[in-house]
Ligand binder design. Structure first.
Ligand code: SF4
Ligand code: SF4
Length: 395
């Protein structure tokens, strides 16, 4: 089917029925721009909003439309627009309405600073179907702008959030556990959980900050590493609602805790979803930008990218005898740990190196939960099954 069909009302039924028959690609993620109008100290991605050279390299509207249309032909039902700051793109509303007209549910990750009455009017008439996800970097101008490093950004974010709230557009607020906003967590938790669409749930936070996803700056990486909470501080934060934390971990462990063996990619990246960057490269996920897992969508198709990623993911295994084999492959809390091929790539330029920071955090959690003692290693526990069942059954 050609994209021309999009412009004919009578063909929309054909588009919908083709999607019902074909569910190769349930979801699509598009990083519309790498640029952002904030300069957050912990950000793994952003470059300057006013960088014209970068802006000129971004795909034009028509190319993004082609990609979205092909995704729908492959059965896509939902799309994420992220960045950088996606609302920086002057064609954001165009791509939004294009996606919604194709029946996609839309998720938007935004800092809310650029939300205008035009966005509100469109979201009111044509709802995104998923709550808009706003990240707020502090409860006050001081703490927010210590992170965002843009004067006036706090007021702009609050204005955007108010516009959403006043128009009753569903949104959720997320946080980042960074800088002095760490002292505001009780206040943040209580405010966010009282918002309509949070239904009483605590906000999610970025906490174990990823290094630069394109491996583009050693100095930014050093700064991000310095902002990561130490294991003790992270644990205090994670267990601030201990009952909820324990219930979640028990449920998680009862389903997923087991040594993974040598197969490296345990998630659905590249098989159920594809991520597209502003320049037309496709990846299995927003973090995994290893050259072996990149596909130029301007020279091929989403279908080819999907086939290639599935094939590579299926054959991607660690070498017997490698450090991964000796540690992660035998680690019964691998599924709890943030180590994955993407993070190995970001931190070490490989697909299988253990990531020391995430290893420390996972070990600290395991000690806290009583699954290991101080000094024990998660890959050296012969009776892990007994320990897990004792932990899961403990009331
Ligand atoms: S608002 Fe988001 S994308 Fe922009 S700098 Fe901050 S963390 Fe990065
Ligand atoms: S805790 Fe350590 S050994 Fe276990 S998966 Fe994470 S990095 Fe690998």
């Amino acid at each position: 089917m050609s994209i021309d069909k999009y412009y004919s009302q009578t063909s929309m039924g054909e588009i919908y029925s083709s999607r019902m028959k074909n569910v190769d690609l349930p979801s699509l993620k598009i990083e519309l721009t790498q640029r952002c109008n904030n300069r957050c100290i912990h950000c793994y991605n952003n470059l300057a909003a006013e960088n014209k050279e970068l802006e000129n390299k971004e795909l034009p509207t028509s190319e993004f439309r082609n990609i979205i249309f092909e995704a729908v032909e492959l059965g896509c039902m939902s799309i994420l627009f992220t960045g950088g700051e996606p609302l920086l793109r002057s064609d954001f509303l165009d791509l939004y309405i294009f996606s919604r007209r194709l029946g996609l549910s839309v998720t938007i990750f935004t800092n809310a600073t650029l939300i205008t009455q035009d966005h509100i009017s469109l979201f009111s008439k044509v709802p995104p179907l998923n709550p808009i996800e706003v990240t707020l970097y502090g409860m006050t101008k001081g703490t927010y702008e210590e992170v965002s490093r843009i004067p006036g950004s706090y007021d702009a974010a609050i204005k955007g959030i108010k516009l959403l709230a006043e128009a009753c557009i569903p949104f959720i607020i997320k946080g980042a556990f960074v800088g002095n906003n760490r002292n505001e967590i009780p206040e943040f938790d209580s405010w966010v959980s009282s918002l309509g669409h949070m239904n009483g749930a605590l906000p999610t936070f970025s906490i174990f900050f990823d290094l630069r996803v394109r491996r583009d700056s050693e100095s930014k990486n050093s700064r991000i590493e310095s902002l990561r909470p130490a294991a003790k501080q992270a644990l205090e934060f994670l267990t601030r609602n201990e009952d909820e934390f324990l219930a979640e971990i028990k449920s998680f462990c009862s389903q997923f805790a087991t040594p993974p063996g040598l197969k490296l990619l345990g998630c659905e990246a590249g098989s159920k979803s594809i991520s597209v960057d502003p320049y037309g490269m496709g990846y299995p996920c927003l973090l995994l930008r290893h050259p072996d897992f990149s596909y130029d969508l301007l020279k091929g198709s989403l279908k080819c990218a999907l086939d290639q990623f599935k094939f590579k993911a299926a054959e991607m295994s660690a070498q017997p005898g490698s450090e991964y084999d000796q540690r992660c492959a035998k680690c019964f809390l691998k599924s709890l740990c943030q180590q994955c091929p993407a993070r190995s790539w970001i931190e070490h330029g490989t697909l299988d190196s253990p990531v020391e920071y995430h290893c420390q955090i996972t070990h600290a959690q395991a000690v806290y939960l009583g699954l290991i003692t101080e000094g024990e290693k998660l890959w050296e526990v012969p009776d892990w099954k007994t320990r897990l069942s004792t932990f899961i059954e403990k009331s």
